[in-house]
Design a protein around this ligand. Sequence first.
Ligand code: ATP
Ligand code: MG
Length: 172
Amino acid sequence: INKESSRLMNLVQDTLLLTKQNHRIDKKKLNLTTLIQDILNTSRPQISEKNLHLEAQVDNITFKTNQQMVHSIFENLIENAIKYTPNDGKIIVSLQTKDRKVIFSVTDNGPGLTEIQKERIFDRFYRVDESRSEVRGTGLGLSIVEKNVQELQGHIDVVSIIGKGTTFTVTL
Ligand code: ATP
Ligand code: MG
């Protein structure tokens, strides 16, 4: 319960941050590699509990951006991959640069999404199969991710095959 409520507090904070920051986004030079390592380290218990195979192809990249927003984007996508991938699954987290852009992606071999689900996952409070889902959540994570990506003038892409897995790619 404590973990769930602190997650909720984080989501509320992220939402407030977005409204506050509407006009000015503070950017600082940030080491994205350590940021991802920190998130992965925090997720270590869930990863080993589900016996997930984690592959991190993370280049050493520093980038001028907003720390809280990027942290929230990376954390939500990694957390979803861990949550929705069944035991013994595989997750690949990758970070690279191309044409002065940063490309971050998370691939899992979880349940995947249909075309219709893919269109709705960024909607606030939308959850696939809410009534049957054993995995808890508010359905807010991806809507916050999308808002943050927009604020940072980046874009997000989803490629998913039902029954095979999903890849979220964020370009900043
Ligand atoms: P929270 O607000 O705690 O993040 P949530 O994870 O349910 O709750 P979102 O992160 O917005 O909410 O995701 C919306 C829905 O999209 C999820 O409920 C899930 O059904 C689906 N989804 C998200 N990521 C994946 C994924 N990697 N594989 C399969 N389905 C996913
Ligand atoms: Mg989520």
